[in-house]
Design a protein around this ligand. Structure first.
Ligand code: HMG
Length: 395
């Protein structure tokens, strides 16, 4: 039987970084609350000329450089930080990367769950035509009000995945367990740049969706808990995944030590919450940091507030270690430029309404930038590439 799954994946983040130790000190909070209590060290913050489009395009660029564009007929862009109510952010990325005109491009939204919906759809496209490959891009900027409990759980980043038959990284197994319930735990009204959140409720809604999805996974014929070798959970902050594994252990009456997921935390501790990219940043970290994964089964749990959950599994492919990106990701993370708190707060409060012409300052060192707003439309440009010859250009 043909396997289908993640053939390659790539991670990008924003230009700036805020150190949570500084934020804690400024707020008069014990830094251990953030480092240990939440399990977070730093958070990425986009520069004025960055957003989900620039991060998403940056994440996808290495995939196209490595694999070309042959067979790519679909780009699925998952985000809950949409830049337009109508147009898919994927279309800006499509142009920046010079992808073929013979493609379907669409945006997926359901809080942090969107990328998993996109991944499952991609698996379906490839099942119908195994010659096709689908580009799935998840990209988000997590923003809460300044001085709120959610502030240290902000972040920014993007993960791009190439979904194909006979994948080199992770073959996704067909059985999923799903959960949906209308809950007001977290949402972002159309007129707000920051999320509204009921922190306590969000934790219990996450854990409730996990057990519902697990029970559905079992009822659908999924493997037993003792047949899963590693776990990778959505990480709004890494401590949440520890709570999730403990909750699943209790629910299934088993012992599930944290070593089964420890390797998933390295990137998210640095990036902060990347919403829909967070689960897949955890997967990237696991693949980059655990040497004994070949042939093992990973259990993945995707959660999106509001609330939807999905538990599914994948088998790590034998050659996964040849496709590691640890050095380049660590360099990207280490290369972020530290933001002093006053500058971070100024950036946080900046708004650029669509009816005002605005030229963004040149700040980002990334390959793409948000150039500003002209004629009410968002403008993007490549900074390092020959704009006439982006990697996938077809005409
Ligand atoms: P809070 O009230 O500031 O923190 O909000 P707390 O008092 O609950 O403390 C947090 C932890 O730090 C606790 O650990 C404390 O004990 C510990 P726990 O008991 O829970 O294991 N602590 C310390 N540890 C060491 N040394 C110390 C110390 N002091 C305290 N000195 C909260 C925390 C997460 C609620 C807040 O940050 C928040 O509202 N964040 C945003 C919401 C969120 O991330 N929810 C997660 C589940 S929902 C989800 O995942 C979906 C989401 O990604 C969005 C989407 O789907 O689109 C958010």
């Amino acid at each position: 039987m043909t396997t289908i799954g993640i053939h390659d994946l790539s991670l990008a983040t924003a230009h700036h970084v805020v150190d949570l130790a500084e934020l804690a000190e400024d707020a008069g909070v014990d830094p251990a609350k953030y480092h240990v209590g939440l399990g977070q060290d730093r958070m990425s913050v986009p520069a004025a000329d960055e957003d989900i489009v620039t991060m998403g395009a940056e994440a996808a660029l290495p995939l196209l450089e490595r694999h070309g564009t042959d067979g790519i007929r679909t780009l699925l862009f998952a985000t809950e930080s949409g830049v337009d109510q109508s147009k898919s952010a994927g279309l800006f990325v499509h142009e920046l990367l010079g992808l073929p005109h013979t493609m379907r491009v669409v945006e997926f939204k359901q809080a942090c769950y969107g990328a998993t919906a996109a991944l499952q759809s991609a698996l379906g496209f490839v099942a119908r035509n195994p010659e096709e490959r689908v580009l799935v891009i998840s990209s988000d900027v997590a923003r809460y009000q300044l001085e709120s409990a959610g502030e240290p759980t902000q972040g920014a980043g993007a993960v791009a995945m190439l979904v194909a038959a006979d994948p080199a990284l992770l073959a996704i197994e067909p059985i999923s367990g799903v959960a949906a319930r209308d809950v007001d735990d977290f949402w972002r009204p159309n007129d707000s740049t920051t999320a509204v959140v009921d922190g306590r409720l969000s934790l219990s809604a996450y854990l409730g969706a996990l057990t519902t999805a697990w029970d559905d996974f079992t009822a659908a014929g999924g493997v037993g808990i003792d047949e899963i070798d590693r776990f990778c959970f959505h990480q709004p902050f890494t401590k949440m995944a520890r709570k999730a594994l403990a909750g699943l252990a209790q629910h299934t009456g088993t012992t599930l030590p944290d070593e089964l997921q420890e390797a998933t935390f390295a990137y998210n501790r640095e990036l902060g919450n990347t919403y829909t990219a967070s689960l897949y940043a955890g997967l990237a970290s696991l693949l980059d940091h655990d040497d004994d994964l070949a042939g093992t089964r990973i259990g993945l749990f995707s959660y999106g507030s509001g609330a939807v959950g999905e538990f599914f599994t994948g088998i790590v492919q034998p050659g996964y270690r040849q496709r590691r990106r640890r050095e380049s990701i660590e360099a990207r993370i280490a290369g972020r430029v530290r933001l002093e708190l006053p500058a971070y707060r100024e950036l946080h409060g900046a708004e650029h309404p669509s009816d005002t012409e605005w030229e963004a300052p040149s700040v980002t060192a990334g390959p793409f930038r948000f150039a500003g707003i002209r004629d009410r439309a968002r403008r993007y440009e490549a900074t390092q590439l020959d704009a006439a010859q982006p990697p996938g250009r077809r005409d």
